[in-house]
Design a protein around this ligand. Sequence first.
Ligand SMILES: C[S@@+](CC[C@H](N)C(=O)[O-])C[C@H]1O[C@@H](n2cnc3c(N)ncnc32)[C@H](O)[C@@H]1O
Length: 315
Amino acid sequence: MSARERLISHLSRYRSIIPDFDSFIDYQFRPLNPTIRTNTLLLEPGELASMLSSRGMRLSAVPWHPWFFRVDDPGQVGNPGRTMEHLLGYYYVQELTSALPPMVLSPRPGDLVLDVAAAPGSKTTQMAQMMRNSGTIVANDVDYRRMGALRSNVDRLRITNVVMTRNDGRRIQSSVAFPRILLDAPCSSEGIARRSPEHVAKLTLTQIRGLSRLQISLIRRSIDLLAPGGLLVYSVCTFAPEEAELVVDHAISLGVEPEEVRLPLRSEPGIREWVDEKGRHYRFSPGVEMAVRIYPHLNDTGGMFIALLRKPEAR
Ligand SMILES: C[S@@+](CC[C@H](N)C(=O)[O-])C[C@H]1O[C@@H](n2cnc3c(N)ncnc32)[C@H](O)[C@@H]1O
């Protein structure tokens, strides 16, 4: 079987849940232009656009987020991750769907935020911008090597409200409870097939189930660390219900309340039922429908699943 056939064969497990499935498959083979986020701590989006346009880069604005541009043609510059402007921290290369979980969590200046799985820092640095470099983000990750990338991104963007910790997210200890937590969990990353088709083509059900168990442990600990009344955003860049609705369903069973996820682009609600390729039948509680599924063919992006959960106030 060719890599293309293996990718299609793997993704076919979602035929019954993804609308317009043929178009979904078609999009897996379309190149995804890079997108960049202006570092608004250092300059305005318009300034960045004229700087890069004068170097021959062709950009188009993203209608639903003023900080972002699509790189339609990098011109002579080549890789947008290797320019002087990038090195100076004027922008961050970030896929558009990756910008959505911070938008849903919506941290404000002065807030205290825990980012449980933060490296390499796309969302940490975006949240630091949203908080105008004030308040505190505890950016945690378990992987020391990936934390090097997180540190360098935080430094490059001249961010000063981030504290880095290295812990297994299942065992983070804290004497304070967090009013806002982002759990952008390790996942099977099916939503990045447009960039890494080989990775997705090789995925197995055993891997997906293993990740699901890890995600459930991570969300349990995140709920423990959440302040009463606090908000938790759970996101994974994948389509597998075992890593999406199943995890959120478990969180709901622990007492957190789902809230509606509102996004400025097309999405589908979380699903209530799923039968996997081995015939295992899953049924999820109605609250999972408040989460959203973002599919590549709906907005010409990657894929993502996002849920917003609130811990009830203490009685
Ligand atoms: C999807 S990536 C995070 C991407 C990051 N939020 C961003 O926007 O740049 C998942 C991360 O989870 C980390 N991870 C894996 N297992 C973990 C664990 N048990 N505790 C904390 N982090 C973990 C990985 O090292 C990886 O950096």
